[in-house]
Ligand binder design. Structure first.
Ligand SMILES: CC(C)(COP(=O)(O)OP(=O)(O)OC[C@H]1O[C@@H](n2cnc3c(N)ncnc32)[C@H](O)[C@@H]1OP(=O)(O)O)[C@@H](O)C(=O)NCCC(=O)NCCS
Length: 269
């Protein structure tokens, strides 16, 4: 027998945010000494002047845990109150245990469960949308969403096409139910397109090309990128989806207005 009841959807809000960056800074001028690039080229194309680099032995869970400690302090709550931890990362400390579990242990969130979410550049947004569902359905009251990466662990510092772009750091937000009438996450629209995988990928280390002397020698454990295609796809994709979600919200706003306006009055906002 199945038992059904009406599902009350709650709105999710971000109640605290924090970040952590490793101390070491690598400026464009420093990179200029080792690869054929220039401060002017990097700033003009990307706006980047420096990036942070994790210390030896400092892993993704370390950066994430520091960000979370700050966040808990800001919100004034204890780690034991956290229900769920989601870590968006492509540079987990190791395949398993998940970085979320390592963070859980480091911060002492004994009641929480957690998992990693692999969405590369979109990882934090995917994790945010996923975490918000657990609040919206009433399953959890406090969800930690973290975006953390030690990208320098998979960057070839001899490849000027990628080494100027990536750095290390962690950001964390706490999701909680919004009170009635409060502002919260209204909606999300997510897409992915696997056909573009050849433009930004790390070929080895997984089940297709397990680590071997050959994969290391062929630099297959580094990020490979066709920057031009990624740029084209990302700009077009972001613009299209931004217009799409605005349109979607415009429709639902109009529906709401029509339902709640007194008879005879119409609104054209
Ligand atoms: C990487 C990026 C800044 C490169 O800018 P671009 O104007 O497209 O540059 P191109 O790749 O066309 O390269 C132009 C020239 O600069 C050279 N170049 C590439 N990297 C360079 C660097 N770091 N320094 C100097 N020259 C460089 C190229 O070799 C090329 O030379 P060529 O014309 O002699 O072949 C841009 O493509 C980009 O932002 N891509 C998206 C990257 C991204 O966001 N990735 C992750 C997000 S999901």
């Amino acid at each position: 027998m199945c038992y059904f009841r009406r599902l009350d959807i709650l709105r999710t809000k971000i109640t605290a945010a924090a970040h952590y960056l490793p101390e070491r800074r690598v400026t464009n001028l420093e990179l200029q000494k080792t690869v054929d690039t220039s401060d002017d080229w990097i700033v003009e194309r990307t706006g980047i002047r420096e990036r942070r680099v994790a210390a030896k032995g400092q892993a993704t869970s370390d950066l994430a845990a520091e960000a979370v400690k700050l966040l808990l302090q800001k919100r004034g709550i204890d780690a034991s109150e956290i229900d769920l931890i989601i870590v968006g990362t492509v540079t987990p400390d190791m395949f398993f245990p998940s970085t979320a579990c390592l963070v859980q242990h480091k911060i002492g969130a004994k009641k929480a469960w957690g998992f990693d979410l692999s969405g590369a550049c979109s990882g934090f947004i995917y994790a945010l949308a996923t975490g918000a569902q657990f609040i919206a359905t009433g399953a959890h009251k406090k969800v930690l969403v973290i975006g953390a990466d030690v990208m320098t662990s998979i960057i070839d510092f001899e490849d000027r096409a990628t080494c100027v772009l990536f750095g290390d750091g962690a950001g964390a937000v706490l999701l909680e139910p919004a009170e009635p009438g409060e502002v919260g996450i209204m909606d999300s629209l997510l897409r992915s397109d696997g056909s573009g995988g050849e433009y930004l990928y790390m070929p080895a280390g997984g089940s297709l090309n397990p680590p071997s002397v050959e994969t290391v020698q062929r630099k297959m454990h580094y990020v490979h990128q066709d920057g031009k295609n990624v740029f084209r796809y990302a700009v077009r994709g972001m613009a299209d989806i931004s217009a799409e979600i605005l349109e979607k919200k415009r429709h639902s706003f109009q529906r709401h207005q029509a339902l709640h306006s007194p008879p005879g009055k119409s609104s054209n906002h």
